[in-house]
Each structure stands twice: as C-alpha cells, then as structure tokens.
Write a protein that binds this ligand. Structure first.
Ligand code: ADP
Ligand code: ZN
Length: 525
C-alpha cells in the first residue's frame, strides 16, 4: 500500500529534477522497477540512464543502492542530487571512517534515498549484512558492461555482483550500460542472472551528426583549418589529438590562425584546466584542442563539431567522443583525419601495453573494427550502428559516403582467395600468417607446416600485404570470418561466408593508399 507521502514518478521528475517530460524509455523502466521486476537498460551516453533508478529509489520507501565503478562520477551525482534536495550519499574507499559511520546511521534510520557504493565496498560481508537490516528498494548496477571480460572496462568484482540476487531475491535490480553489442548484452544477462529482466534499448543513432572520415599522410592541419573556417566559423567545437605535445602544437597553431583555441590535457595544472573548461562551457566559439582526458562530464549542448586528428582506438571511443557534438539536436559534424602512422602507433601501444594475450587480441580487434569503419564505402551510420547491433534499413544520406560516394575497387575475388586460404590452412591461423601465405613470403613456419605446397600459396601476389589486411578487416567486421574462441587470434569461416564464396555476394573496398591493388591493371581472376 502506498503511503500518503509516496510521490508519483512524474511529480518527482518535475519538482525534484525540473524536467517537463520523460524521455523514452525512462517511464517504462521506472514502472518496471516499481512493479518489483528487474530491468536491463541499454542506452547511449547522455541518454538519461540515471533517472531510471533515481526516481523509483526516491518514490519508494527505503533506499536505492547504486553500484558504480567510478568514484569521481559517484561524487558528481551525489552533489547534484543533494542540490535537488535528494538524500544521497556515497560510500567508497575515499570516505573517512567517521563520514562512513554517519552515512551508515542515516541508512539505518531509513532516511536515505540513494546510496552510491563502489563494488568492492558493497561486496564486503559487513556491508551486505548492514543492507540486510534496512529496506533496500532497488539495486542499480551502473556501467554493467564491466562484467564483460572482453570489454574495455572489465572489473573482476562485478562478477561477484550476482550475490545481490542470491542474498536479496526480493529486491528488483536494474543494470545499465551504454555498450549494446549483442555479445556484451548476453554476458551481462548471464553473469548478473538477469534472465527475467525486461530489456530496454534506445537507438544509438544520432541523426543530426554528419560523419566525415578521411585518411592521408599529410595535410591534416590544413584540412582541419579549412573545415573549421568553411563550416564552423564562430562556433564551438572539440579537436581531439592523441598526445599532449600535439594538443599544444595544434592549439597554438590555430590561435596563430586567429581562432579562439585552448589546449586541454592531463599535464596542465588543475587551475588552468578548470579555466579552459569554463571558457568552453560558457563562451560561444571556443575550440577546445584536447586529449581524451577532456570529455567526462561535458554538458555543453551546442558543440557544433568534434574533430579527430588521429584514430580513436575503438568504435566505442569514437562514438562516445563524437557524441559530444550536437546534444541540442541541431545539425553537427564529426570530422576525422587519420594517417597510417596512427594505425602503427596504436598497434604498438596495444603490443606494448603489458596486458595478457587475450586482452591484446581483443583490443586489436576493436582497432580493426574502427579501421573497417574508416575504410568502408558504405554508409558510415549503417556501419556504426551495425557494430552496436542495430540495423538501419536505408543509407542515411547524412555522411560523407552517402553524400559523395567514394572511388572503390571490387575485392570479391580477393575475399574469396582470403577465405580459401583460411580454409586450406585449417582455420587456425591469424591474419599475419594468412597474408604471408597469400603473398608467398619466405616464412619458415609456412614451410614447416607444408603450406608452401598448398594451391593457395602465393595466389595473392597482385595485392600488397596492407591491401590483404584491409580485406581481412572487412571480412571480420562483416562477420564473414570469426576469431577462434581460445583467443589465439586464429580465423575461421562463419556460415555467412558461403554466399561470398559462391559468388552470390560481392565485396567492395575503398580505393586508398592502404588498400589499392599494387597494379590496378592486373586484377586477380
Ligand atoms: P547517461 O547516464 O545515460 O549518460 P544522464 O543520466 O547523465 O545520462 O543524463 C544525461 C543528461 O540528460 C543529464 O544532464 C540529465 O539531467 C538529462 N536528462 C535526463 N533525463 C531527462 C529528461 N527526461 N528531460 C530532460 N533532461 C533529461
Ligand atoms: Zn550514410
């Protein structure tokens, strides 16, 4: 029975948060939790996930417990909630014992609406028993993709969060993430025991953002300047660079060209960073030149462009960074210029990262998917959304490839050769080995395996090794080829490769430095 003081979700949205209406699917998610059912919410960053658990936690008797891996974000949320008059607190490793005790007391008194807590703290026996003595009205598991061992942000403690279900079977749980690929989704459901959860997704599409991606070894700076001058004079934007040095260099150069550009990276003093961020937030036309350190918590609706002067390391990163443009729904642009050097540099960073092999391979596949997005001749938006498991039925008409279809070459025969090579060598070798077989590189391992006697040995000499790698990247991205489950990077054919092998489907690749055949006249046939 609701008490007389129980408040309605819409009333909380309006009076506590000051918003007029729910965004899809906030209201349905809230009702699901209020009806004691579990929910899994997949929504892009900035979509409004927090209210999905904050409102029911406030509306219901008792306290909502929020598991979050990022202390800084926790503190931000708690500050904002308190300003809105919500009784919220955070328990994490940085809380002093006295402060922690005070929080525990309010919790026991039953006057706390929301308790944010780091997973390792929550999992302590002491915390779990404490929670068993109070009314928990929901558990929210934020950044739920942290349970995925294949994800970027894997947190071993997240795996133990299933104890919540075991120890608090009556308390509804909500898991939230901005990562929506089907594999991660399945892992979240499995590992958090969310088989009965109602699933809510919102499209990742940002239709007002126009995507442009080009490559080339020179001219990035001038291309950037032309882009800003021609299309975004007097408007705010972000330019992402890989290194601090490059940030300084580009910011200075843009200033010299008369633009209001400011640098931002973790090497600047806290004061300077704050000042630059405030200017960006407040002023109309500041161009922030930044490393990816700039981003968390930017909430400027009228950023008109996000430019990348290098390649992001994954599609997730690209999506998140470009997603800072056009939050107001007005036309905005995502522009990128990258060079082959970026690819080499990122590959080296992955190789030298000191992590284990499976993780290196996972990062390397993420980079390959990013490259495939760069090289695609199809609609960028369709490719981008497909990566997140979303199907857009028509080309978007609002990306460079749709607006100006690129020059291409027919890579069907090359793809067939690549697939045959995977098949003939027993479906257990990685890209490098397969390319070596195709171009007949004198490689002792090939000889030892007797693969120099195969019919496919040397059948790919008309293409460069780079072109072959591009072919493999595309086969991977389209799911025509899969990576072995053992994580050794071996490739095998997937069932969807058959139409291409039989010649019922074709593969078209963009013509550029890295993928153009060595000799255009001598097409493989
Ligand atoms: P996410 O966690 O999905 O990245 P947030 O919960 O931080 O997103 O919300 C992003 C922004 O959208 C915040 O500034 C939030 O206040 C705002 N927001 C959320 N829901 C609504 C709504 N129904 N109406 C207006 N603004 C909203
Ligand atoms: Zn398009």
């Amino acid at each position: 029975m609701p008490t007389v003081t129980a408040r309605h979700p819409l009333e909380i949205l309006r009076h506590t948060f000051g918003y007029a209406a729910f965004r899809a699917p906030q209201e349905e998610v809230i009702h699901t939790l209020m009806a004691d059912r579990d929910a899994l919410v997949l929504m892009p960053t900035g979509g409004g996930k927090s209210l999905c658990y904050q409102i029911p936690a406030i509306a219901r008797t008792g306290t909502g417990v929020v598991v979050s891996p990022l202390i800084a974000l926790m503190e931000d949320q708690v500050t904002t909630l308190r300003q809105a008059g919500v009784a919220a607190a955070a328990l994490n490793s940085s809380a002093l014992p006295a402060a922690a005790r005070a929080i525990e007391e309010t919790l026991l008194r039953g006057t706390l609406d929301l308790l944010y807590i780091a997973p390792e703290r929550l999992l302590q026996d002491r915390t779990l028993s404490l929670l068993q003595r109070v009314t928990v009205n929901l558990f929210a598991i934020d950044e739920a993709h942290c349970v995925s061992q294949w994800g970027h942000d894997f947190r071993p403690e997240y795996l133990q969060l299933r104890v919540l279900h075991e120890r608090f079977p009556q308390v509804p749980r909500i898991a939230l993430t901005a990562t929506a690929d089907p594999k991660t989704r399945a892992e979240i459901i499995e590992r958090l025991a969310l088989q009965k959860a109602a699933i809510f997704t919102r499209s990742f599409d940002r239709p007002n953002i126009r995507y442009h991606i080009h490559s080339g070894s020179q001219g990035a700076r001038n291309a950037l300047l032309r882009f800003i001058r021609d299309r975004h004079t007097g408007e705010a934007g972000i330019v992402y660079c890989l290194s601090r040095k490059r940030v300084e260099e580009i910011a200075e150069w843009l200033q010299g060209e008369g633009l209001d550009a400011l640098p931002y990276h973790a090497g600047l003093g806290a004061d300077e960073r704050r000042r630059h961020q405030q200017r960006f937030q407040r002023d109309e036309a500041v161009v922030m030149v930044a490393t990816i350190a700039f981003g968390m918590g930017i909430d400027k609706p009228n950023v008109r462009f996000v430019a990348h002067l290098n390649l992001p390391r994954s599609i997730e990163a690209y999506y998140q960074e470009t997603g800072r443009a056009g939050r107001d729904g007005m036309p905005a642009e995502a522009w990128m210029h990258y060079g082959l050097q970026d690819v080499v540099q990122l590959r080296q960073m992955i190789q030298q990262s000191g992590t284990d092999m499976p993780r290196k391979q996972m990062e390397s596949h993420k980079l390959d998917a990013m490259l495939a997005l760069c090289e695609t001749t199809h609609c960028r938006r369709q490719t981008l959304l497909a990566y997140f498991g979303e199907h857009l039925s028509q080309p978007c008409g609002n990306c460079d490839n749709c607006l100006q279809p690129p020059a291409t070459w027919d890579a069907t025969v090359a793809a067939q050769k690549a697939l045959s090579t995977i098949h003939r060598t027993g479906q257990r070798f990685g890209v490098q080995y397969l390319v070596d077989v195709l171009i007949a590189r004198a490689e002792p391992r090939i000889h030892q395996n007797g693969h120099d006697r195969l019919s496919v040995y040397g059948i790919g000499q008309e293409l460069s090794a780079n072109a072959w790698r591009a072919v493999f990247r595309h086969l991977l991205l389209r799911g025509l080829v899969e990576v072995d489950a053992e994580g050794h990077g071996g490739l095998r054919l997937s069932s969807s490769s058959r139409p291409l092998l039989r010649g019922e489907e074709t593969l078209t690749l963009r013509q550029q430095e890295s993928v153009t055949p060595k000799s255009r006249d001598k097409r493989p046939d």
